[in-house]
Design a protein around this ligand. Structure first.
Ligand code: G3I
Length: 353
């Protein structure tokens, strides 16, 4: 938005210096004002994204059209995870992930890579734990180098490590922590950087919006990583909210403290679920949840993107995981926009002025 505003000032100045109102050609009708999220985000100099379900992208024309129309960034909901890319050791399947990268290129969208190291959705051959710690470290290194190399130059951000802390700020138990100790995080960032020195490398988690034990753990970790010269560039806040829990009031304060450490910030998986059935108050609270995070991003200095974890209830992961909850996205099952969509649109429109 600042860049756009400045560009506007320069243009005006040029016109003032060189334009001659008496001889200027008649004014053309102004182009129609942008209305979709993508056009408004472009004008506000913000990346707005969605997680993409590759089956839906292939089969559902309305879904595919909306991904292209409404977003300037995409994230693979599942197909860049390790279980998808290397189902058997040494046998890679990049096909689905490549299709997303091709779609993004055709539609001039950036790609957030999700995710290199996680406790979940690893291939069975990894989690059977038949490896010694030294072998497991070599296997993890190979995976990171292979995947980042495969997509070198095509990915904007990588979520390098995902969900490494518990909510109380202790390290989450995982095959990586058990076998390699916490040093696996620094290793993962170094290996990713080695494979693609230009890509921005992110930490990513949920329940880390505000200042709390989990975000404190990240804050201390980032200080340590920076002191060791580890290439870490971004703090990803997933933003899985629920109307019954509200939005942490210190979200902006939290983003700012990470930005002061030299990181970019991003909302990476925003949705706002609710206990079903929906009612007008829940629907209003949902719209406020989406816009509260968007406002924090727009008010922060280095918040570079805002990604929805799916934009339609037709394919949302929420009902499958939270019993009795759902309606978590800005479009309903029929791909009709809800008040949350209008709220996001109105906020972006204000930001681009
Ligand atoms: O791939 C299998 C397929 O072979 C099988 O036929 C089918 C039958 O259920 O399951 C498929 O696996 C599913 C997978 O998504 C791929 O579609 C799993 O059951 C399902 O549990 C899995 O869920 C994903 C979940 O991560 C796994 O933890 C969700 O789609 C995805 O939205 C979700 O995303 C995570 C982020 O990566 C990290 N942050 C939290 C977020 C929400 O949980």
């Amino acid at each position: 938005m600042r860049v756009r505003a400045l560009a506007g000032v320069v243009l005006l100045t040029t016109l003032t210096l060189t334009g001659n109102p008496a001889t200027a050609s008649p004014a053309r009708p102004a182009p129609p004002a942008p209305t979709g999220l993508r056009a408004l985000a472009d004008r506000a100099d913000l990346r707005i994204g969605t997680a993409v379900d590759m089956a839906a992208l292939a089969d559902d024309d309305a879904y595919r059209a909306a991904v292209a129309r409404e977003f300037n960034t995409v994230t693979a909901e599942n197909v860049m995870k390790w279980e998808a890319t290397e189902p058997q050791q040494g046998v890679h399947d990049w096909a689905a992930a490549d299709r997303l990268v091709d779609f993004a290129r055709a539609n001039r969208q950036k790609v957030r890579g999700h995710t290199l190291v996680w406790h979940n959705q690893n291939p069975a051959w990894v989690t059977e734990e038949a490896f010694t710690p030294a072998q497991l470290r070599a296997v993890l290194r190979r995976h990171i180098i292979d995947e980042v190399t495969h997509f070198r130059g095509k990915i904007w951000h990588w979520d390098v490590v995902n969900e490494i802390f518990n909510d109380d700020g202790t390290w989450r138990d995982s095959i990586w922590l058990r076998n390699l100790g916490p040093g696996y995080v620094a290793d993962a960032f170094r290996w990713a950087h080695q494979a693609d020195p230009k890509v921005k490398l992110f930490l990513n988690d949920y329940n880390n919006e505000g200042v709390n034990a989990k975000s404190d753990a990240y804050y201390e970790l980032v200080k340590q990583l920076k002191a060791q010269g580890v290439p870490v560039h971004g703090y990803g806040v997933q933003g899985h909210l629920a109307v019954q829990y509200g939005v942490p009031a210190d979200t902006l304060t939290n983003l700012r403290r990470f930005e002061k450490l030299g990181l970019q910030t991003a909302f990476t998986e925003v949705d706002v679920r609710m206990p079903l059935p929906a009612d007008p108050i829940k629907i209003q609270a949902q719209a406020q949840g989406f816009t509260a995070l968007l406002q924090a991003c727009l008010l922060a200095d280095r918040c570079v993107s805002y990604t929805l974890w799916g934009f339609t209830d037709r394919y949302s992961w929420v009902p499958g995981v939270f019993d009795g909850e759902g309606s978590a996205t800005p479009y309903d099952e029929n791909l009709s926009p809800k008040p949350a969509y209008a709220a996001l649109r109105d906020t972006l429109a204000l930001a681009g002025r």
